[in-house]
Design a protein around this ligand. Sequence first.
Ligand code: NAD
Ligand code: 2HG
Length: 525
Amino acid sequence: MTKVLVSDPIDPIGIDILSQVAQVDIKIGLPLDELIKIIPEYNALMIRSGTYVTKEVITAGSQLKIIGRAGVGVDNIDIPSATRQGIVVVNSPEGNTIAAAEHTLAMMLSLSRHIPQANQSIKEHRWDRKSFIGAEVYKKTLGIIGLGKIGSHVANIAKSMGMKLLAYDPFISNERADQLGCVLVELELLFSESDYITLHIPKTPETAHIINKKALSKMKSTARIINCARGGIIDEDALAEAIINKKIAGAALDVFEKEPLSNSKLKNLDNVILTPHLGASTTEAQINVAVDVAEQIRDVLLGLSARTAVNIPGLVPDLVEKIRPYLELAETLGNLAGQLAGGRIEKLTVRLQGELAAMQSQPIVIASIKGLLSQALRERVNYVNAAIEAKERGIRIIETRDASICDYAASLHISVQGSLGEHSVTGTLLSDGEIRITNVDLFPINVPPSNHMLFTIHRDMPGIIGKIGSLLGSFNVNIASMQVGRKIVRGDAVMAVSLDDPLPDSLLLEIMKVTGIRDAYTIKL
Ligand SMILES: NC(=O)c1ccc[n+]([C@@H]2O[C@H](COP(=O)([O-])OP(=O)(O)OC[C@H]3O[C@@H](n4cnc5c(N)ncnc54)[C@H](O)[C@@H]3O)[C@@H](O)[C@H]2O)c1
Ligand SMILES: O=C(O)CC[C@@H](O)C(=O)O
């Protein structure tokens, strides 16, 4: 029975989707040791930001195929460990963009109009109007750090409120910033010019404590900071000191270095607004992320691919459908070439030919590696860990393209160099999506792959095909189809035989003894 563990609160619609294919256990707030104890039973884990999926959890999760993060940030998952173990990690990159952007704007306006403090005062039976004189955001400067999905949506709304926009994001072009009405500037200038500073970046070694004592010292004394991105990108102690010493005017924080926030000076400061990581907490966003991630978990458990896997390089959602048939072609050819080469594999060369040369190559290369390693590693190799497994085995991967090769509209050529020699195969897809092997060791053929195959390299001479046919018959191995390809008459040729039954090793030895046979290979695809 396939089992999914849901360890954070997820919208029920996600649970319904998972229940279509698995037994779903919902266990919220598990201590780490308890999670480690029960995770070996599960094939999938679905979380939000409350569960820390550490290396220990992943190592214990020997049956895990997929970890789904119902949200954007995957910093609570040890991705390298998951990748190493071949576990797909998926998220919902867009499901909560609007929610997080709107929370940011709510925080900015709450800061400028003291809404939480005024609300508190009236509930404490005071009618105090003079303590809560606010500031307009109109014509003020908003500095946006990180102009990705959430930063862009914040920019759009802030612009319509009449704010001037500065942005810092080293990975965004001037054109994109222009479109959003933002002026790209260096951090120093953003710090010194902004009335409000909002952060929309992931937490990485580069962004950790990007707002620190030095950065705070450059800001206006009227500046206010909003962080609805990730804890740890602000040095919380330095921020508290800056507010206490009136170096800046205030801050609104939704995320914290350590969550839940326990003892913190920030809790005692009037001009600090704190929310408990609520950026994504809208009904709409929770439905979006639950559906997004549950559907991907369901698909992966059914053996299909994930749309937004964060640890399968290059497999972006729009590409998956278009490229899927070629992934199967690449896997088949990688597997075939690997078996022909045998021995210790040293180098894999993948050449995208004809129209395929224009496609994104990375997933095709990974599929070829997966095929290549599948005989040795079986189900332990997948799209997630194939590249690492190849690297660890010292296999050199070379990728080339040649749009001018157009025997077929699009084809893939794979050659494998191993300790026993070099072999190459080419294949294409027919209009109905069927795979055809069109070339083996540069001999032209045209055969579909099948579970059991025999390939021979032999001298093109009368009688040889008959002898192989008789030998197969004498071992009761049934031939499904047979094709011979040659470059010159009576030179060398290749024979590809599809078989209904596995070919015993003893039969292969008999085939090798036939006069004119140079090499023979049994292949399982
Ligand atoms: N509070 C919440 O509940 C909540 C909800 C959703 C997302 N988030 C967080 O918000 C953040 C932004 O999410 P997003 O969906 O916009 O992500 P995104 O990937 O679309 O955008 C991130 C942007 O940060 C930029 N960036 C990366 N490193 C940078 C650096 N060193 N300096 C400046 N810019 C840098 C990238 O170029 C990118 O444009 C993430 O940390 C995400 O986890 C929080
Ligand atoms: O799970 C949540 O509510 C937070 C999600 C948010 O931090 C994210 O990165 O998507």
